[in-house]
Design a protein around this ligand. Sequence first.
Ligand code: GLY
Ligand code: MN
Ligand code: MN
Length: 447
Amino acid sequence: MNPFQRHRQALASRLPDGLIVLAGGSRVLRNGDVPFPFRQKSDFLYLTGVEEPDCVVLIDPRRKAQTLFIPKVDSQHRVWLGPVPGPAQARSRYGFPRALHCDRLAAEILRAKRGCRALYADRDTLAKLGKLKGLGLRGLPGRPAALRDALDELRAVKSPGEIALMETASRVSGGAFRAAMRAVRPGMAEYEVQAVFESACLKQGLRHLAFSSIVAAGRNAAVLHYHHNDATIRGGDLVLLDAGAERLGYPADITRTFPANGRFTRRQRDIYSIVLETQKAMIDRARPGVVSADLHAKSMTMIAEGLKSLGLLKGGTAGLVENGAVRLFYPHGLAHMLGLDVHDSAGGRKRKLPNPAKVPVRFVAKLEPGFAITVEPGIYFIEALLRDPALRRKHRGSVDFARADGFLDFGGVRIEDDIVIRPDGPPRNLTDVPKEIDEVEAACGRG
Ligand code: GLY
Ligand code: MN
Ligand code: MN
């Protein structure tokens, strides 16, 4: 049984009284009549593993039936875009007991809806069904929120099959990181590092990135989701590479920060070591029952201690975390769930927790075996925060702004690994890319 068959079964047993219908994604135009590369909707991938556009899945839990509907394409489609699998091919390729063309969808729903209590479909699917001729859905209430909740609950815990897909994404992305670190030299453009990374992923058959690659040299690394990637890398710069490929929608999301000329300066080592020690400690603590927001608060404490040791912060550590001073240097979350959505859901209503930590953070969940999360602390010198007059006034007792001004050309350091929570002991780390200082120096080219 492939993982997607298991996902359909699990969803059917959560929603046994209705009919589950989900439309996959369609091509989206980029300009004129030219589409973006197609990326399947995450929920549809979860239930089918099908990367073709314009398909629909119908799950009838009461009759234990599962049908994949595929578009019937005309000869013009075949001329320009090639064939799409027919029903017989789709059945065997995707492991469905039944596959039909989409023009049979209305009739199949009409047949299956007898005695059903609800239609579990998302809003997009309900809108599409509303346009189908001959399909009256009166008396069959649409329940998009219940479907969302069930899918979020299921998608939070990754099965061995899903973890295997993420392992592939991590292994290939890890090799591409090593290639980028080997290639980097002062004088290169950021996009040349991007080209090395992305071509290494492509050469291994992973043709989709999980998100746009971030290659940020020097000050650009202080832009958290930098996207220009067009500056020249200078000797003495740190280069932050945050990137990852995906396999059947399952991503890697990795960050490394490395010296353009192969050697960290003293100051770079100081900042890097604080981030690295924090990251390793938080990975070690990521165990079942731990609340992610508490982990985040702990990482802020460690970063605050480190910045105090460099004279950038002053005063009691707890106060620096609570008053937000440390957030001037570390303004994002420690972690997020990782899955078919790079920033994946932390589960449905049952898993919703109040935030127990005294710090604002979006990801609040009690970690469970099978959760895949990132661990990605960072330290940045962000002019927009450090030169903000109101923040300077608010934090003048906590931050040595004169000293911080001397770091404004530094940029930032982020280190990000992808881990899976295990039932006991420390988590499994899917990321295999050098991160110790001597390993990173050995992995980088010498300018
Ligand atoms: N690459 C986006 C993130 O790390 O969350
Ligand atoms: Mn991330
Ligand atoms: Mn990332």
